[in-house]
Structure formats: C-alpha cells, structure tokens
Ligand binder design. Structure first.
Ligand code: TXA
Ligand code: MG
Length: 323
C-alpha cells in the first residue's frame, strides 16, 4: 500500500498543494459530481503516461480533459458547432463531456492519436477550486479518467480510490477527500463532431434534457460511430460478484431494487433507493459492498423508463456481462 497523503482538509492551501503536485508531474485523484477522477497535467506527457500505468489502461484510449469554464474551450477545441456551444451553456459546469475537434494544443498522448478531444467542466466545488488553482500557476487542463483500474467499477469516494489504486500510486501522488459523489455515474458523453449531436454514453444529463435544449436538432443515442470509445467495451463497470438482472430468487444472494419492491425471502438487501437519482448515486457503492461482504451473486431489478434510468441500465447491462 502506498503512503500517498490523503488530503482530508480542503482548505485553500491544501488545494493549492494539490495544484502544485499536478504542476510537478504527480497524479492527484479528486472528487467530481459524477465519480472520482485520476488527474494529471494534460500538457505533461510523463504525468499522463503514469495515468495509463496506474490504471492499467491501454494508451490508445483517449482521456477527458477537465477545464474550469467554457472560456477555456477555444484553447482545446476548434470548429465548434453552435449546438455544442448551446449544450455547454446549458449544462456546464456539470456532468456532461463534449467530444470536439481538437486544436494543436491537444497532444496525441491525450487522444490516442485521434483528431478529437473530450472536454468537461465539472461542477463539484473541490474540482472547480483545483482547476482554478492549477490555472493560476499557469497550468491548463487536467486530464482525468475515472480513478479505477481499467474495466473496473468507478470510485464514488476517496476510500474507493484507495481500494482501487492505493497499491499503484506513488508517495508524491495525492488523493483528495471530498465526500461521496453526488451523481454517482459517469458523465454523459456527447459527440459534437457531426451535424447533430450523438450521445455516446448516457448519463445524468439525459437525451430528453439535450433534446429540449436543442429543439431543432435531431439527437441520436447509441448510433454506431467510428469514434474510439473505451466506455463502449462490452464488459465494463463489473464487480467480482455475478450481476443478475432478472427477478430470480437466489438463496443468500444480494439484492438491489427501488424501495417499493420487497426483498425476496432468503436474499439480503443492500440498498433500497427511493428515486432513480438515488439509484444512480448508490449503484457503484452497492457493487463494492456486495464484493466486500462476499456475495457470489447480486440480483438487481433495473429501474424502468427513460432518462437517468436508461443510463443506469446501460451500466447494469455491461456489469452483468462480468469481468
Ligand atoms: O464523469 C466522468 O466522465 C469521469 C469524471 C472523472 O470526469 N471521467 C470518466 O473518464 O468517466 P473515463 O476515461 O473513465 O471515461 C471517459 C470515456 C472513455 O470511454 C473514453 O474513451 C471516452 O470518454 N473519450 C475520451 N475522449 C474521447 C474522444 N476524443 N473521443 C471519443 N471518446 C472519448
Ligand atoms: Mg472509466
């Protein structure tokens, strides 16, 4: 286990220390409203290389760059369509990533050599402070994938980050403690490189939200796109226990469903979320609890309907394919 300092006091000077660590080429895991990210200076090839090593992620899988505000957009992206500006105005800061044509400021080590870049302005106050401090010391942009080992469950607390990456971080890397992520599933990813937007990964910003913002455009979801997109791997987000998405009764299995479903006799309820938002928030921590308790199976009744329920089902379907 590494001795990575655990920053639990998020006073301004500790955030500044974290920004300085990034500038010096170290990794800083930080909270966002979606999930925790494993951050590096987006302009430092050695630091970014370590993200891939620590995650065990193939280097041709592009990283999202986090920026403090829309004002930074032109540095990283060019030929930005009007609908993308409208989306940024409507949903940033927040849980949405835009895929845009990149400028020369974006290097191949971020994008896996592709001519596009993923950009996000997070709303979490610690993430915002960190980005702003980083910019004050002439940093620009923090590259950050979710702070988990490749293909595993995204972390929604600093303890989860330690569980995932503690063995791989160095003594100079930092993990910022910022409570539980309020949304709990990864950002909505919108491909903005064509005439109209395509949702590549559903999330808390829903197709309905996007459509109502962009009245006249057609908003597609899940259309096969030739963009490389690791979240689209069939197996992803999977815990060790087997995820079963049908109402089976399995003696001794874990159980997750909205609160109005009774727990079948012989099964152990792990959570009873009251809303789909709460379902999303507790989803990954439920996976982790199930593994910690040692369940061999976790039976889940997926929430029905569109919007966030759809984003939850997308994660569940991938998780149910196993590791
Ligand atoms: O909520 C989130 O998006 C979190 C927090 C930390 O911001 N980040 C996150 O990053 O989920 P990651 O790397 O685990 O997932 C980002 C996804 C990957 O599937 C990646 O392939 C895709 O975004 N992506 C990044 N840049 C891309 C690009 N230029 N074109 C297509 N897909 C891209
Ligand atoms: Mg991820």
């Amino acid at each position: 286990m590494s001795n990575s300092p655990f920053i639990s006091n998020c006073a301004a000077d500790t955030i500044r220390d974290a920004a300085l660590a990034l500038k010096a080429g170290h990794l800083v895991a930080f909270p966002t409203e979606t999930v925790y990210g494993l951050g590096a200076d987006a302009r430092n090839p050695e630091a970014v290389k370590r993200i891939f090593e620590v995650k065990g992620r193939p280097t041709d899988h592009p990283l999202i760059i986090h920026i403090s505000s829309m004002n930074q957009l032109d540095k990283w992206a060019t030929d930005i369509p009007k609908y993308a500006i409208d989306l940024a105005r409507a949903f940033w800061p927040g849980p949405m990533t835009l895929i845009l044509k990149r400028t020369d400021f974006v290097k191949d080590f971020i994008t896996g050599g592709q001519n596009t870049v993923g950009l996000r302005v997070p709303s979490d106050s610690i993430a915002q402070s960190l980005l702003q401090e980083f910019e004050k010391i002439s940093g620009s942009g923090i590259a950050a994938p979710s702070a988990n080992r490749f293909g595993q469950v995204s972390p929604t607390s600093s303890a989860d980050v330690f569980e995932e990456l503690g063995d791989y971080l160095s003594d100079f890397d930092l993990v910022i403690e910022g409570g539980n992520s309020t949304i709990g599933i990864e950002s909505t990813i919108v491909d903005c490189t064509g005439d109209s937007p395509i949702i590549l990964r559903p999330g808390f910003v829903t197709k309905e939200n996007i459509q109502s913002e962009l009245g006249s455009y057609s908003v597609d979801q899940y259309r096969t796109s030739d963009i490389k997109f690791s979240g689209s791997f069939e197996k992803h987000y999977a815990p060790e226990c087997k995820i079963i998405l049908s109402p089976e009764v399995i003696e001794g299995a874990g159980f997750l469903a909205l609160f109005d479903f009774d727990t079948p006799t012989g099964m152990k309820r792990i959570a009873a979320p009251k809303t789909v938002e709460e379902f999303a928030r507790v989803l990954y921590s439920t996976f982790r609890s199930a593994d910690r308790i040692g369940f061999s199976s976790l039976v889940i009744l997926p929430p029905l309907g569109t919007g966030i329920a759809l984003a939850i089902r997308e994660r569940l379907e991938k998780a149910s394919r196993g590791r």
